[in-house]
Design a protein around this ligand. Structure first.
Ligand code: XMP
Length: 452
């Protein structure tokens, strides 16, 4: 299929990502580039159209940011969305107009509105009629093409991937494995702080379903002994991060030099770290600084053009099971941030069991896809209770469920009483050493999503 690309030229402002999403929803592939991108780089990409967004007019009514003027001579259509000004001429934001000389359009589309049918028709007209895009881009074709491109790029060289079992690294790993098979080695460090059965599930999917070259490192005891007696949350994180690197380093040394290291960087990471500048190394909380310790030539980021929901779609296209593809976010340090106070293997087991029951009941009630993140927390509170006519002195488990779009702010979810009641009943009955359940009804802010 012919490569059809729309370039969104970003002059600042907040809309470039939403516009990119709208364009892709019209089945046209697009990339956001900074306004100062060189004409050579743009020519190389051979776009079928541009969308300009952002920008500001200075005191003398001139646009303060300008792109390479040669862009106007390419004969490629340009649409302005929430765009302020162009060299020598402003655009009225409300009226739709066509400038036959510069081939420039200006229109107010309101890219952030979900139901913007006029804007959507206008955008489609621009993409299909003005730019001549076919609107055939979809995730299957993207995945297919990526696999071919990766095959060509990697050749017969060796690739290494740190697999966390999260969505991004899993999709990246499967994509590369489909390209180069056993030239890819995945290292999966089980630090003993995963959710119940998670380590086995990850291993099963990658070895049985995808036949990936997977090294699972069962490092649970190493992590538990390093964490013994540590109560400060920041120290716990640091210990886990450092130990993770050590384990990864030991394993990767056994493999020797590799040519490529896979990173599950996705598009929002690229944009956040400054478009146009290299995204650098994804600062993954749990594998901080990893590349310093691994002998590799180049980083490979097969998902760097995709939004999170697109990564999930790619995962489904690749045949990754839905429960992994729609997995909720899980912090790198795992259950360590959900056990208040010191960590022991017993506490990990208690939390894993309680959390498993909670997730099972929420899923049974059909609410799992509606909630952004939900989990159990083992508070460090113990209190008196009664079980089988005997006095107990056991833990309180807290349940949390939030709805959010960006995880920067969040609302607590009003879970139905019946669901909460069932979860509570099951946990105190089935999990030893828990005799009390609380539900967290705090938003973020002032609370955070995790308890730690
Ligand atoms: P907070 O608790 O800060 O969490 O409101 C916001 C989101 O970030 C996730 N989180 C992490 N993710 N490594 C991660 O990959 C971490 O160390 C980490 N800590 C928090 C958290 O689960 C929530 O989705």
């Amino acid at each position: 299929m012919e490569k059809e690309l729309i370039i969104i030229l970003d002059f600042g402002g907040q809309y470039s990502q939403q516009i990119a999403r709208r364009v892709r929803e019209c089945n046209v592939y697009c990339q956001v580039l900074p306004y100062h991108t060189s004409i050579d780089k743009i020519k190389e990409k051979a776009p079928k159209g541009f969308i300009f967004t952002g920008g500001a007019i200075d005191a003398s009514s001139q646009p303060s940011l300008t792109c390479d003027p040669d862009i106007y001579n390419l004969g490629v259509p340009i649409l302005g969305i929430c765009y302020n000004g162009k060299p020598g001429k402003d655009i009225s934001p409300i009226t739709t107009m066509e400038d036959p000389i510069n081939n420039l359009f200006g229109v107010q589309l309101g890219p952030d509105e979900e139901d913007n049918s006029k804007g959507s028709i206008f955008l489609k007209n621009f993409l299909y009629k003005t730019c001549g895009c076919s609107g055939k881009w979809n995730m299957s074709s993207f995945v297919e093409r990526s696999i071919e491109e990766l095959k060509e790029k990697i050749g017969d060289r060796k690739v290494l991937c740190a697999l966390s079992g999260g969505v991004d690294s899993s999709v990246a790993a499967v994509m590369i494995s489909k390209s180069v098979g056993k030239q890819l080695t995945c290292i999966f460090v089980d630090h003993g702080l995963l959710r119940k059965n998670e380590g086995d599930e990850v291993e099963e999917i990658f070895t049985k379903q995808f036949d990936v070259n997977l090294i699972r490192v069962n490092a649970q005891d190493r992590f538990y002994s390093k964490l013994a007696g540590v109560t400060d949350p920041e120290r716990k994180r640091k210990i886990i991060g450092e130990e993770f690197i050590r384990v990864f380093e030991e394993e990767s040394k056994k493999i020797g030099r590799v040519d490529y290291l896979v990173q599950g960087t996705i598009y929002p990471d690229v944009i956040e770290s400054g478009i146009g500048n290299s995204a650098g190394i994804k600062s993954h909380h749990n594998v901080g600084g990893l590349p310093d310790y691994v002998d590799f030539k180049e980083i490979i980021e097969p998902l760097r053009d995709l939004f999170k929901d697109e990564v999930r779609k790619a995962g489904l296209v690749l045949g990754i099971p839905e429960n992994l593809v729609f997995r909720q976010p899980f912090p790198g340090p795992g259950l360590a941030v959900r056990i208040i106070g010191d960590i022991t293997p017993d506490k990990v087991r208690i939390l894993q069991d309680a959390d498993h029951i909670y997730r099972e009941e929420v899923a049974k009630a059909g609410l799992d896809r509606y909630i952004s993140q939900y989990f159990a927390v083992l508070t460090n509170i113990r209190s008196v209770g009664v079980k089988n006519d005997e006095r107990t002195y056991d833990y309180t488990v807290a349940l949390r469920a939030v709805k959010t779009t960006d995880f920067m702010t969040a609302n607590y979810v009003e879970l139905p009483w019946e669901v909460l009641g069932k979860v509570s009943e099951r946990i105190v009955k089935e999990v030893d050493h828990v005799n009390r359940i609380c539900y967290d009804i705090t938003g973020k802010p002032p609370a955070t999503i995790e308890w730690e």
